[in-house]
Design a protein around this ligand. Structure first.
Ligand SMILES: Nc1ncnc2c1ncn2[C@@H]1O[C@H](COP(=O)(O)OP(=O)(O)OP(=O)(O)O)[C@@H](O)[C@H]1O
Ligand SMILES: [Mg+2]
Length: 259
């Protein structure tokens, strides 16, 4: 069974960066092949993974809706849409990437969305892990795109707003009865000592923090130089923290290592 991991949290808290470092861990510890899905309309997971994104799923679906998709004779609409969706997959050695992009163009998306769902369902068995980077906010939760998740990674930074958003997401997951197996709370860009005001908010909301990732200049520099975070060295503090989290999450699932 493919293990699905999804990111959630306030804007700018490190969802995309940590998704890349999670994929980095999986690739190096027996968790590949990985299917990475960029479900953020402001797509930038490809950049973090060093992969060039071509057409997005949104563009293909819009083309389909506007009848711009050439349907070869003898092929059903569904089959030709699947072929085009297949072309959105960016392949690399251990990680393949699908970029959802924006929902472009008017019209009803029920049919193409169903084809998309079937398309992803058919792809999944080819992968050990699905890692989904989501947009900030809660829409993806209420839309149900984060419905069947094994590990939900709730990102916050060292801020009250970040923590409160995590609290809201936890309540929403419960309210909507989403099929989320486990939730993990991460404090990113966390100082060595958590500020008492932030700690008090964490306590007030009854949130357990599972990992703290320190501010790591290398993450910033990799971004500036558009380098793939998959190439981050083992001695980076952010890498060490994410690896620690993944050992906790995976226990001996990926490597035979004990957590
Ligand atoms: N541990 C860290 N140390 C230093 N910089 C970091 C760290 N984590 C993330 N950053 C930087 O913070 C910025 C925001 O990170 P990122 O894009 O991963 O957040 P995000 O939650 O995906 O944002 P958005 O909601 O806009 O998609 C980036 O410039 C990234 O390089
Ligand atoms: Mg992001």
């Amino acid at each position: 069974m493919t293990v699905s991991i999804a990111m959630a949290g306030k804007g700018g808290t490190g969802k995309t960066s940590v998704a890349c470092l999670i994929i980095r861990y999986l690739v190096r510890h027996g968790g590949a092949p990985v299917l990475a899905v960029d479900a953020d309309p402001a797509a930038n997971l490809g950049l973090g993974l060093g992969l060039e994104v071509g057409k997005t799923v949104g563009q293909v679906l819009a083309g389909f809706n506007e009848n711009k998709l050439l349907i070869p004779p003898g092929l059903s609409k569904e089959a030709s849409l699947s072929i085009r969706l297949n072309e959105t997959i960016v392949e690399s050695r251990c990680v393949d990437l699908i970029t959802m992009g924006r929902g472009e163009g008017a019209g009803c998306y029920c049919f193409p969305n169903n084809v998309l769902k079937n398309f992803i369902d058919q792809l999944l068995p080819n992968y050990s892990h699905l890692v989904m980077d989501n947009e900030a906010g809660l829409e993806h939760l209420s839309r149900g795109t984060t419905e069947c998740v094994d590990e939900l990674i709730l990102m916050s930074n060292h801020s009250i707003k970040g923590i409160r958003t995590v609290g809201t997401i936890i309540s929403l997951v419960d309210e909507l009865k989403l099929n989320v197996k486990r939730k993990w709370v991460i404090l990113n860009q966390c100082p060595a000592v958590v500020d008492p005001l932030v700690a008090a908010e964490i306590d007030r909301l009854g949130i357990g923090v599972d990992a703290a990732i320190p501010e790591d200049r290398m993450v910033v520099e990799f971004d500036w130089h558009r380098r793939s975070l998959l190439e981050m060295p083992d001695d980076s503090p952010a890498v060490a923290a994410v690896n620690g989290l993944m050992r906790k999450i995976g226990s001996n699932r990926f490597t035979g290592e004990k957590a």
